[in-house]
Design a protein around this ligand. Structure first.
Ligand code: FAD
Length: 304
């Protein structure tokens, strides 16, 4: 029958976690609970998204700055080119640098209304590659960019999308994080293609643990990710069973990570949606453990 599915995983993986900026105090409390649960896994970094059209500019900044000042986890801020001039973007970047933030996830962003074509601000950055170049002139940030195993919907073809990824890395980005996907084969085909194109920078697979297929389908359509039929089948009949959906979600995502691990992947980037449970469970199945805290020295009563 072969080795048990999760046997032999040495815990030799690195992880990073993505959050969105909370809107309310309650959501902020949830995010901090999540961070408290995930922090002991020693993420290489955590990142905070930037709402469409810059709609979360202040909240993203406040969240990243708080993580940077109150935790030891390296925090990255997402930043997009949408609806802002180069000067505005450069000044946001400068304020990140001044707040001690050293890592930016540099993105073009999507048009404010879904389905419309992206139009650059007349005095703005036209695409992510230009943004990377601009950010490097503001400060020596570490920069991550986006990559698309199933090709970005705006790309002419898969090869031109890889050329674009290469332009972003050549412009100074250090690594890329992929859009979520549900087929390890799609990731491996993409890896073969970018390796053939001479890309050697780390490309971290973005893992979205799915517990609600209907919601995921809405986002997936816009970003070119395919949701396989077997996934629909798996969640069929579970609409009124949220706990079971979570269990199924963890199983599916952990199995995908295990297959990526077998193919040599050692860094996983989790789209947490600000919840700890699924990402924590998958990391655990991948063999990751929080270091054991050294036992506190016992205070000696009546010590001299
Ligand atoms: P780009 O790399 O600029 O490319 C966009 C498209 O244009 C590609 O198809 C590319 O091939 C094509 N292209 C670019 N330049 C050229 C050129 N010179 N010639 C020909 N074709 C070109 N969105 C948000 O709003 N906020 C976020 O916080 C956010 N975080 C994300 C995090 C990750 C890890 C990922 C994968 C995506 C994220 N997005 C976010 C979504 C992202 O903004 C969209 O996918 C957007 O449509 C493209 O952004 P990009 O940086 O990939 O753009």
């Amino acid at each position: 029958l072969g080795a048990p599915l999760f046997a032999g995983l040495a815990g030799d993986v690195e992880v990073s976690f993505e959050f969105f900026p909370p809107k309310t105090e309650k959501m902020e409390a949830t995010l901090w609970d999540t961070l408290t649960t995930l922090a002991p896994l020693g993420p290489k970094f955590v990142s905070v998204t930037y709402g469409a059209g810059g709609s979360t500019r202040e909240r993203t900044h406040a969240t990243v700055a708080r993580i940077a000042s109150e935790t030891a986890i390296p925090a990255a801020a997402h930043l997009t080119c949408v609806d802002a001039s180069r000067d505005e973007i450069d000044s946001i970047a400068q304020s990140y640098w001044d707040a001690g933030v050293r890592h930016i996830v540099a993105l073009r962003g999507d048009p404010p209304r879904m389905g419309e074509k992206f139009v650059a601000h007349p005095r703005g950055y036209a695409n992510a590659a230009e943004l990377v170049k601009g950010l490097k002139q503001v400060a020596p940030f570490e920069i991550s960019v986006a990559a698309y195993p199933e090709t970005h919907p705006d790309a002419d073809c898969a090869d031109s999308d890889i050329d674009n990824l290469k332009r972003k890395l050549d412009a100074g980005a250090d690594q890329a994080i992929t859009q979520f996907f549900f087929s390890p084969e799609a990731f491996f085909r993409f890896r073969d293609a970018y390796t053939r194109a001479g890309i050697t920078a780390p490309i971290l697979p973005g893992i979205l643990p799915v517990s609600n297929v209907a919601t995921t389908r809405k986002i997936a359509g816009a970003c070119g990710t395919e949701i396989p039929q077997w996934m629909n089948d798996l969640f069929e009949g579970l609409d009124d069973h949220p706990t079971t959906r979570q269990l199924v979600a963890a199983t599916v995502a952990a199995e995908m990570c295990r297959r990526l691990y077998s193919g040599g992947v050692r860094h996983f980037h989790f789209y947490t949606l600000n919840r700890a449970e699924l990402s924590f469970a998958i990391c655990h199945l991948l063999g990751l453990r929080a270091p054991k805290v050294a036992a506190a020295p016992v205070l000696q009563e009546n010590a001299a």
